[in-house]
Design a protein around this ligand. Structure first.
Ligand SMILES: NC(=O)c1ccc[n+]([C@@H]2O[C@H](COP(=O)([O-])OP(=O)(O)OC[C@H]3O[C@@H](n4cnc5c(N)ncnc54)[C@H](O)[C@@H]3O)[C@@H](O)[C@H]2O)c1
Length: 362
């Protein structure tokens, strides 16, 4: 599959590293609002052209547009790519509102093109081994889960952190996609949510890069908590915050009738899955048993390329829409004080058997 990337910022390097390893994906063009950024990426990369965004969208050799722009531009760039007849795979979130995300999926359906969306970390061995443990009954019937993401704030390391602190950013929409996508992968779709949120500071100070020391405004909540009721009846508790120094809590835990599982960081592709069953003396690390081995950002694009036409890829648009609706509804509930029902639902994507890198092919 020939890929053109729109958006050449901080995250592109991880995709480039993955595409260097994968035969199924060939990068042919890059574009950015800032032409110098696109030129810097194309320079020295054989077969990769730096184009303007309209040129890239019109390019006949681009099959899929990889949308690595900032969240506020995700829906607009996706709709333009779909209008040009291209498949789209975007960084998370799919859009900043559920209505925009629905519009993207509707346009894609009309145009018969496929939509994929990050995160693809859940296709790695960490979450997939945990999923297999649950599906194999190692913890019995699941009862509850906890998801905890703490950081004092991305402005400490990101040179242009403005997008994290406007609506569409914040800890839930930024990091929640990893955690909520993992919870849906492990425990199935969500049917209703309750949320509460707070904002402690009206501004943040950039900690690195040319704008170091600049104060940027905060117009979104920076500490978000939520309770998700899955359709199965399992209850997941979320804590997503840009307002905590550190934690020793597991990023994800799942508790069942006969066992508890510590699930590795859903923002990474691999990590130890730990199990403790009733009566066992200690936690045991489970052997790696499922998922794409040695994966990195971009495996979702390869998975999409290997998915037969007309079928939903694992990191697909319907899953991304459901996850976005869950997150937006937590924020709506935080404002209203009421539980919010979730309209969308989604099947759990097919499990990933243990697959070495070289086997991800059409
Ligand atoms: N930085 C990370 O570590 C990281 C990790 C995972 C996911 N992401 C996600 O990746 C996406 C991009 O993040 P980033 O950190 O690379 O941001 P960034 O600000 O560093 O880069 C975004 C790039 O997109 C370009 N751009 C913005 N709007 C555009 C448009 N309409 N058309 C063409 N180009 C446009 C900008 O000029 C910029 O070069 C976000 O959705 C973010 O959530 C980032």
């Amino acid at each position: 599959m020939n890929v053109g990337i729109v958006g050449c910022g901080a995250i592109i390097g991880q995709y480039l590293a993955t595409f260097d390893e994968l035969d199924v994906v060939r990068l042919v063009a890059v574009a950015d609002l800032d032409p110098a950024r696109a030129e810097a990426v194309a320079e020295g990369r054989e077969g990769v052209r730096a184009l303007t965004v309209p040129e890239l969208l019109a390019a006949h050799d681009v099959d899929l547009v990889l949308n690595l722009t900032v969240p506020a531009a995700h829906a607009d760039v996706a709709l333009q790519a779909i209008a040009a007849g291209k498949a789209v795979y975007g960084e998370k979130p799919l859009a900043t509102t559920v209505d925009q995300a629905r519009a993207v999926l509707a346009a894609a359906e009309d145009a018969s093109v496929t939509v994929g969306c990050a995160p693809d970390t859940v296709l790695g061995t960490g979450i997939q081994t945990a999923r297999k443990a649950i599906d194999d009954g190692l913890i019995g019937s699941p009862i509850s889960a906890t998801a905890t993401m703490t950081t004092p704030g991305h402005e400490r390391w990101h040179p242009n952190p403005d997008f994290y602190y406007v609506p569409g950013g914040g800890p839930l929409l930024d990091m929640g996609p990893y955690y909520v996508t993992a919870l849906v992968t492990l425990l199935g779709p969500v049917s209703s949510v309750i949320g509460a949120a707070s904002r402690t500071r009206g501004s943040r100070v950039i900690g690195s890069g040319p704008r170091q020391g600049e104060r940027i405004p905060v117009s979104t909540d920076t500490h978000v908590t939520g309770i998700l009721t899955h359709a199965s009846g399992v209850l997941s508790t979320l804590v997503m915050t840009f307002d905590a120094v550190d934690t020793q809590a597991s990023k994800l835990e799942v508790h069942g009738e006969i066992g508890s599982l510590i699930v590795p960081d859903p923002n990474r592709f691999a990590g130890d899955v730990k199990l403790r069953t009733l009566g066992s003396p200690a936690w045991e690390v489970l052997p790696v048993s499922a998922g794409y081995l040695d994966a990195g950002r971009g495996f979702g694009v390869a998975d999409l390329a290997a998915t037969p036409a007309g079928q939903e890829p694992r990191a697909g648009g319907s899953l991304a829409l459901h996850v976005l609706e869950v997150m937006q509804s937590v924020l709506t509930s935080a404002g209203s004080g009421r539980a919010e029902p979730i309209q969308s639902t989604v099947d759990r994507p097919a499990a990933v058997p243990l697959t070495p890198l070289t086997r991800v092919s059409v």
